[in-house]
Design a protein around this ligand. Structure first.
Ligand SMILES: Nc1ncnc2c1ncn2[C@@H]1O[C@H](COP(=O)(O)OP(=O)(O)O)[C@@H](O)[C@H]1O
Ligand SMILES: [Mg+2]
Length: 480
């Protein structure tokens, strides 16, 4: 098919493994008494990636993810099978690849850029953008061997995404950077994706794979065990990772059977368990008083402002008739803050200056995660707020009051104003990543994930005699 840009057919890769370093030398000198094993890092892999797809690859350490990526990029040749790739490919592989550590960062931008297929002139033109994206200051003129892993990734990623790739390959490296840098990278990954680029993405972050990818594959001991939608693949990967070794083989068989016929529905057996639990009488009295597990509110955190924390890059649309200014988060009393406390209320505010008459005006906001997942937003619709017409010269003060029902982490905000000018409705001004904030970590929080559901846990423990009378459902088997 025309639209397949990456194709791996029956690809296998073996490495020689030596029990002792000396064995490697012995093999060179006297192959007849060699002491090496042939180790298959990738076995019979078949994979086709259509143009524009974002494919996630998951699997435990040593499952063959990096080896696969390196064969796609061409830094490793398959032992058997064929790999074909169409288009310019740019990769952010594991630390160290593609850079000469004796060279300075500046020299490496040229060295690496040329490896990625850019001409010297193209690199010169892009150099300032690359340096600004990497943001490593004077380290740019120091040898790369003096870099921290964070600095290294900043520079490597900056070069990779500025080479206008048709295919971008990212191997776990992003987890090294801080949140602001990660957000900047994800914004670029989204941009490459929106422009029709194809992405191969290895990550240990389950939620990142689910949010970002259209499809995922699970590699296990060099074998492609499952190919399907990201949620299913991540679920099975986690189940396999946490399975006791005695159950792993059985579970692998199960997952192999799913492959090719994805089922997301509950099995009949699971439904039976749910039903039998619903029927259970709830009259048994606990022998112990209910254990309070509520979060302790006596140690209250306080919201504050850190002027060093800002969104890494704000993208503003070309304004048309109105201009957004000064987006910020404040407390209800108007004090600017960017380190928030979960469950407290805040205002997200910005000002809009109108230089044209505009009708049907709407003001909007949106909160996103680092990887760009849209968590939720709101808009003030013109009609219900009597702003059917805003006249040129007016200034609007927009405030969105919200309760911060988010767990600790970094979040990013958009701001947008839309309306009709000259009979055309659309954005008048829009800022992507207009502001960022972090929700502070709370010592006594047992919450997980992104959203704080304000869960109020409750625990009852029955002693043995009472427990026998409880209608307990059997343990779900590993096939569920
Ligand atoms: N150059 C090499 N020589 C010998 N073994 C290697 C080499 N590269 C990778 N391997 C082995 O191949 C297996 C797969 O490695 P890799 O692709 O890096 O896995 P992953 O990226 O999934 O953690 C591992 O067991 C690793 O030790
Ligand atoms: Mg790896």
């Amino acid at each position: 098919m025309d639209d397949i840009v990456i194709s791996l057919q029956d690809v296998s890769k073996s490495f020689q493994r030596y029990a002792k370093p000396f064995d490697r030398l012995r093999e060179l000198l006297a192959p007849q008494i060699a002491k090496s094993d042939l180790f298959w890092a990738v076995k019979g892999l078949n994979l086709e990636v259509p143009r524009g797809q974002t494919l996630g690859i998951v699997g435990r350490n040593g499952s063959g993810k990096s080896t696969t990526l390196q064969m796609v990029v061409g830094t490793l040749q398959p032992t058997m099978g064929t790999v074909s790739v169409k288009g310019r490919i740019s990769a952010l592989l594991e630390l160290g690849s593609g850079f000469n550590t004796e060279f300075t960062g500046r020299q490496n931008v040229f060295f690496n850029g040329q490896m990625l297929g850019l001409s010297r002139k193209e690199i010169e033109d892009k150099f300032d953008c690359i340096a600004a994206f990497a943001d490593i200051g004077e380290f740019l003129d120091e040898p790369v061997k003096t870099y921290s892993s964070g600095m290294f990734v900043r520079l490597a990623f900056a070069v990779a995404i500025h080479s206008d790739p048709d295919i971008l390959v990212v191997d776990e490296a992003l987890s090294v950077g801080d949140e602001a840098f990660q957000r900047k990278c994800f914004a670029k990954i989204h941009a490459i994706r929106d422009a029709g680029g194809t992405i191969l993405f290895v990550s240990h972050g389950a939620s990142t794979i689910i949010e970002l990818c259209d499809r995922a594959v699970l590699l296990d001991r060099g074998e492609l065990l499952l190919d399907g939608n990201p949620k299913l693949v991540v679920d099975k990967y986690q189940k396999l990772s946490y399975a006791p070794p005695s159950k792993a083989q059985e579970l692998r068989e199960e997952i192999r059977r799913i492959n090719g016929r994805e089922v997301m529905t509950f099995s009949h057996k699971e439904l039976m368990i749910v039903e039998s639990m619903a029927d259970a009488p709830s009259i048994i009295q606990p022998i112990a008083p209910r254990t309070p597990m509520r979060r302790k509110d006596d140690v209250r955190l306080k919201a504050y402002f850190d002027r060093h924390m800002r969104p890494p890059e704000t993208t503003a649309y070309v304004a048309r008739g109105a201009k957004i200014c000064d987006p910020k988060i404040t407390t209800l009393t108007g004090e600017a803050v960017n380190y928030l406390v979960g469950r407290d209320e805040y205002l997200y505010c910005y000002t809009v200056k109108f230089d044209r008459d505009v009708t049907q005006v709407r003001f909007g906001m949106l909160i996103k995660t680092i990887s760009g997942l849209e968590l939720g937003g709101a808009s003030l619709v013109g009609r219900s707020y009597s702003v059917d017409l805003v006249q040129a010269g007016s200034v609007a003060k927009v405030k969105f009051r919200f309760k911060c029902l988010l767990n600790s982490g970094a979040y990013f905000l958009n701001a947008g104003v839309s309306g009709t000018i000259d009979g055309h409705f659309g954005y008048l001004d829009r800022w992507i990543d207009a502001a960022m904030f972090k929700v502070q970590v709370e010592d006594f929080s047992h919450a997980s994930g992104i959203i704080d559901w304000m869960v109020d846990p409750d625990l009852v423990i029955y002693d043995g005699s009472h427990a026998n009378a409880l209608p307990l459902a059997s343990q779900p088997s590993i096939t569920d």
